[in-house]
Design a protein around this ligand. Structure first.
Ligand code: MD3
Ligand code: FE
Length: 196
């Protein structure tokens, strides 16, 4: 993975958060269900872009509409698309922008992103708010892993082999950022879903 520490300065972080709030007014955060058990994930989610990533009792899928409101997802903000072009250098755009919100006790178990038909396309991640203790593993669940701190304004490009590696969020460090009045952390994950 290619970590771009502090890629967004505080002014750009505030601008981006204003865009995220506008999106969430139209496509509210909701609690997704885990496949099989149906238990709620601790991370709350929404999306923007033509396709949104959903976790449901029946499994994972991409959908053009919000699972609660039934409305199409809002567009991905231009500033985010500009960031994608600049940071990835690829000639196609992302189709999905997953918005994850972590409260102080939320976490995300180790997993691989493998629901896309564009396995060669990079993934871009933008962190806003409290610092996350992110865990990057390797190609197999038992591969050695390392802990990486992702703080507000950090951007990560997942490309090459690391695109397919195990990863997760061990925990959030409350009170490490003043960007969000409510505390916690937002992460935007941009993905190409269909073959470019
Ligand atoms: C490393 N989200 O939504 S983004 C996810 O911070 C997800 O919310 C995390 O993993 C979050 O699927 C991590 C950074 C990220 C995204 C994709 C990766 C790291 C990755 C793919 C491979 C390896
Ligand atoms: Fe992931």
């Amino acid at each position: 993975m290619r970590l771009l520490p502090n890629h967004l300065d505080p002014d750009r972080q505030r601008l981006l958060m204003a865009e995220v709030r506008r999106i969430l007014d139209r496509a509210p955060l909701y609690s997704p269900a885990m496949p099989r058990s149906g238990n709620p994930l601790s991370v709350r989610m929404s999306n923007c872009g033509p396709l949104g990533w959903l976790s449901e009792r029946s499994g994972y899928r991409y959908s053009p509409t919000h699972p609660v409101t039934g409305e199409p997802w809002p567009a991905i903000p231009d500033m985010v698309l500009d960031l994608w072009r600049a940071a990835t250098g690829v000639g196609y755009l992302p189709e999905a922008c997953l918005i994850n919100y972590y409260g102080p006790d939320a976490r995300l178990g180790q997993h691989r992103d493998q629901d896309e038909d564009a396995p060669e396309a990079p993934i871009l991640s933008i962190s806003l708010g409290d610092t996350a203790l992110f865990r990057l593993g390797g190609p197999e669940r038992k591969s050695p892993s390392r802990s990486v701190r992702l703080s507000s304004g950090d951007v990560v490009v997942l490309e090459g082999p690391s695109r397919h590696w195990y990863h997760g969020v061990d925990r959030i460090l409350p009170g490490t950022s003043r960007l969000l009045p409510e505390g916690g952390r937002f992460n935007l994950t941009l993905r190409r879903v269909t073959k470019p």
